[in-house]
Design a protein around this ligand. Structure first.
Ligand code: GLN
Length: 194
């Protein structure tokens, strides 16, 4: 059973994730803004938002190092949209600060601008029937390193990946009523796999 779940609350749609976890029956949900906040949680979600801004702020607040240390010690982390970008080791064509916790390359805004946002069904490995994927200036994964598993594709593009307890999705399950992915994330083991 999962302990306290943290949602990175520096910028972006963190409140929606908190709501989804509450609806999924999670234990108390904590907003994480400082390394001390991170100490009080046993798993973390990085929500959608602006990856350039948040990447810089994570370094400035000392959160980047704290998150890297916790993930190295086995803490599960799930990034949605911006969160996936921040977890990636590389961003195509850009030098922007990321956590580098997933050995993948991502392409930002791969489906176009805000006006090209869309929703469609996505089959995610391990979740059963398709989930509704909400894509808002969503990234795709264009390179997958060894040890990284593809969990979902959309239109031939990789839109969900996992490496141990580090998970990234291009889309926003927190903007739907469906809490299956939140429940699934709460079930990920916190112990290191190797
Ligand atoms: N396009 C945004 C970025 O690159 C991500 C959009 C989102 O999180 N909905 O940071």
């Amino acid at each position: 059973m999962a302990g306290r779940v943290g949602v990175l609350a520096v910028q972006g749609d963190f409140e929606r994730h908190c709501d989804s976890f509450r609806r999924a029956g999670a234990p108390p949900v904590a907003e994480v803004r400082t390394p001390a906040d991170l100490d009080g949680v046993d798993r973390l979600v990085i929500p959608g938002g602006e990856s350039t801004t948040v990447g810089m702020l994570l370094e400035r607040y000392g959160l980047a190092a704290a998150i890297r240390d916790r993930v190295a010690a086995g803490m599960p982390v799930w990034g949605t949209c911006m969160g996936l970008i921040l977890l990636a080791r590389e961003v195509e064509g850009r030098l922007q600060p990321t956590l580098g916790l997933l050995d993948v390359t991502v392409r930002r805004n791969a489906f176009g601008a805000q006006v090209n946002s869309f929703e469609d069904e996505v089959e995610v490995a391990g979740v059963g029937s398709p989930v509704l994927g909400v894509f808002i200036r969503a990234p795709i994964v264009t390179r997958i390193g060894p040890g990284v598993e593809t969990l979902a594709r959309y239109g031939g593009q990789v839109v969900a990946v996992r490496s141990g307890a580090v998970v990234g999705t291009s889309f926003h399950p927190e903007l739907t009523d469906d809490t299956r992915l939140h429940t699934w994330f709460l079930g990920l083991e916190t112990a290191p796999e190797k």
